[in-house]
Design a protein. Structure first.
Length: 259
């Protein structure tokens, strides 16, 4: 199936590994040239080489912390007029709300709400002028089904979701499409780190705790970054022009809701 986006250019944030890498690879497989960002130069370079080798598209790397204004400026200098923007950043730490002071809240809001909004603000008018744009924000299933130990994420990402709900409907008639992807449990380093912390808190070994979490999922497994990336690529396709301001939960069925 041809998604009709070959030759376009995408910015994919936090793309050296995990879900961001899955999105970058899926877009590259559709012929999209990608500008990928991460803070670690070595992993970023390795991912870029892998994408080039497997897809043949043009790959530009930008080593930067996008949660800072300087990092965003550096990224946008490398690609000021993307056709596609995939917003992604490492989520805030898990824990108990009593442990989070004002600085922790400010960082969570900056990283997972303000940063994507500032990137959207920088590119959306160009997309409007060119009559094409696709923006996908990677948030979390906790936006739809809050998890107590993800309080920082619950709050910050819900704020982003509310903003996107309004903006997406303002720009849709320009063929600028904005949606959110809400991942559940995926096989990523961040997921593994979180499970280790929860296992330690529960007094269980990692493998036992992990097996129990996998067994709880209706799909009987965790997701892969590759299948997550393919969902992202579809939302960036020409065929997704009538999907506006939606929150697509990709979690193997773990969020037990009707709508």
């Amino acid at each position: 199936m041809d998604y009709g986006i070959g030759g376009r250019t995408a910015i994919v944030c936090a793309a050296s590994q995990g879900l961001g890498k899955g999105c970058a690879m899926a877009l590259a497989n559709e012929g999209v040239n990608v500008v990928i960002n991460a803070r670690g130069a070595e992993a970023l370079s390795a991912t870029a080489d892998e994408i080039r080798r497997k897809t043949g598209v043009n790959v530009v790397t930008v080593e930067a912390d996008i949660t800072s204004r300087e990092g965003r400026d550096k990224l946008l200098a490398a690609c000021p007029s993307p056709d596609i923007l995939v917003n992604n950043a490492g989520g805030p730490p898990i824990g108990d709300f009593r442990d989070w002071d004002e600085a922790a809240w400010q960082k969570a809001v900056n990283d997972n709400m303000v940063t994507p909004i500032m990137l959207i603000r920088s590119v959306v008018d160009g997309m409007i002028a060119r009559k094409f744009g696709r923006i996908v924000n990677i948030t979390s299933r906790s936006v739809k089904a809050p998890l107590a130990h993800l309080g920082l994420s619950n709050g910050a990402r819900a704020g982003l979701t509310g903003f996107v709900a309004g903006l997406a409907r303002q720009v849709a008639h320009h063929n600028v499409v904005i949606n959110n992807l809400l991942p559940g449990p995926f096989l990523t380093n961040r997921q593994a780190d979180g499970i280790r912390k929860l296992a330690a808190k529960a007094g269980q070994d990692y493998e036992t705790f992990l097996a129990a979490r996998v067994a709880e999922n209706p799909a009987g497994r965790f997701g892969t970054p590759e299948e997550f990336g393919k969902a992202c690529a579809f939302l960036c396709s020409m065929d997704a022009g009538f999907i506006i301001g939606q929150n697509l939960v990709i979690d193997g069925g773990s969020v037990n809701v009707t709508m």
